[in-house]
Design a protein around this ligand. Structure first.
Ligand SMILES: Nc1nc2c(ncn2[C@@H]2O[C@H](COP(=O)(O)OP(=O)(O)OP(=O)(O)O)[C@@H](O)[C@H]2O)c(=O)[nH]1
Length: 404
């Protein structure tokens, strides 16, 4: 029961480890520049929500690619109608058919892209390499036709920009690096091995080191801009999945994460238990000590729970003074675990000011086990809530894992 409690022995205070989660986050960033922080975020695996968004982005890109590939079939036709040679029409047709073939291979894979972690890397590498291949074909007989082709070269920029839809900075950096390496190698090879008179074309202009370096610079800038977009998207999504007060994952995070946790438990034949935790008489804390102190009490409880977190556990703030603890444990072991946490929280009163009042906090919890007591989040939360209400009715400060 949350109550003003002046009777706690001051010696107990030393035991209290009040960690402000916001301060912990800031401390983690101390000594790191924003650029280093952004780089490390871009090089890491995105979080669950971002991966989910990235998977739908991959499907969107796959559909776009299929449409663009189908349109590419019109180019050899236009070439033939425009008086192009039979050879150039056939080469163009073969290229367009090949790109369509790959586009049709990526499409069904993209529908299940969460299964294939390599897919965004493979498809963006394909997009970049397909652009290089077309440029090589164009440059084969007429170097300026390939190296000065703005339309085909934009394929690189498109490939890099589309990685933003995958929401994974690593894909953007790989696509950008690959485009720079492939185009850089193509341009350098052509400039070093081609006779100067063949670098001049009345139709396609002059190929020079300076124009090619400008294009490489543009590719670098395109990669940088896309990486910044991805970074911003990741931060916004992170904010939408994080509770601002406690820095815990929030309901949105849980909604995205739980299907995967349930699926993993099903496939591995493991157990999963969900505990709905609700602080007791929290309204009194707000009424007696103020809303601001109530906020600090919430952070205090979270820090106690966080400090004793075990692997295979996820603590989420559902809202208000209600939390969910997901545990990879059968319901019996989970009950023991949550009851131990209940005793721990009850034994760590919150010190309002150094040497001043203490506020004792307790919680009640109801548990539900997957799959026996529910197959999805809503069913599990419903069952856990019934037991939580039972715990409240029975006097609070208790954990219930079975129906009464
Ligand atoms: N300080 C603070 N209070 C919050 C926050 N979110 C919800 N609350 C308060 O939490 C209190 C919840 O009150 P009740 O739902 O009546 O529950 P309770 O007083 O804990 O009583 P029982 O759950 O029945 O033990 C309300 O006063 C809310 O205003 C928050 O972020 N900060």
């Amino acid at each position: 029961m949350a109550q003003r409690d002046m009777s706690v022995d001051p010696a107990d205070r030393s035991d209290e480890r009040h960690v402000d989660p916001n301060r912990t986050d800031e401390a983690r960033l101390v000594g790191r520049t924003p650029v280093a922080d952004a780089m490390s975020a871009l090089l890491s695996r995105p979080d669950e929500i971002m991966l989910e968004i990235g998977a739908t982005g991959e499907l969107l890109v796959a559909r776009l690619r299929a449409v663009i590939a189908a349109l590419l079939l019109l180019l050899p036709l236009a070439n033939a109608l425009g008086g192009g040679t039979l050879r150039s029409t056939l080469v163009g047709l073969a290229g367009a058919v090949l790109i369509n073939l790959f586009a049709q291979i990526w499409l069904p894979l993209a529908r299940r892209s969460r299964r294939y972690r390599w897919l965004p890397f493979a498809t963006s590498a394909f997009d970049v390499t397909a652009t290089s291949a077309v440029l090589i074909v164009l440059a084969f007989n007429d170097v300026p036709a390939g190296l000065n082709s703005m339309v085909v070269w934009c394929g690189y920029l498109l490939a890099i920009l589309l990685t933003a839809l995958r929401g994974d900075g690593r894909t953007t950096l790989v696509a950008g690096a690959l485009a720079l390496a492939q185009y850089g190698a193509l341009a350098a090879f052509a400039l070093l091995t081609t006779a100067p008179e063949q670098l001049i074309s009345s139709e396609h202009g002059i190929v020079t080191w300076s124009t090619q370096l400008q294009r490489l610079l543009l590719l670098g800038m395109g990669t940088l801009v896309t990486a910044v977009i991805v970074y911003r998207m990741q931060r916004l999504v992170e904010m939408s999945g994080t509770d601002g007060l406690t820095r815990l994952p929030n309901r949105t995070w849980l909604l995205h994460r739980i299907p995967r946790l349930l699926r993993a438990a099903r496939e591995e034949g493991g157990s999963l238990t969900l505990a709905l935790i609700n602080l007791d008489h929290f309204k009194r804390v707000n009424d007696e000590a103020g809303h601001h102190v109530g906020d600090r009490v919430l952070r205090h409880v979270v820090s106690v729970l966080r400090d004793s977190a075990e692997p295979g556990e996820w603590l989420v703030r559902l809202g208000g003074e209600e939390f969910v603890l997901v545990m990879r444990k059968p319901i019996g072991t989970a009950w023991e675990r949550v009851d131990a946490l209940r005793r721990l929280v009850a034994s760590r009163p919150f010190e309002v000011d150094r040497g001043a009042d203490f506020i004792r906090v307790t919680f009640s919890a109801g548990l539900a086990g997957y799959p026996a007591e529910g197959l999805d989040l809503s069913a599990l939360l419903g069952r856990a809530d019934q037991r939580l209400q039972e715990a409240k009715r029975e006097g609070r400060n208790r954990v219930i894992a079975r129906d009464g």
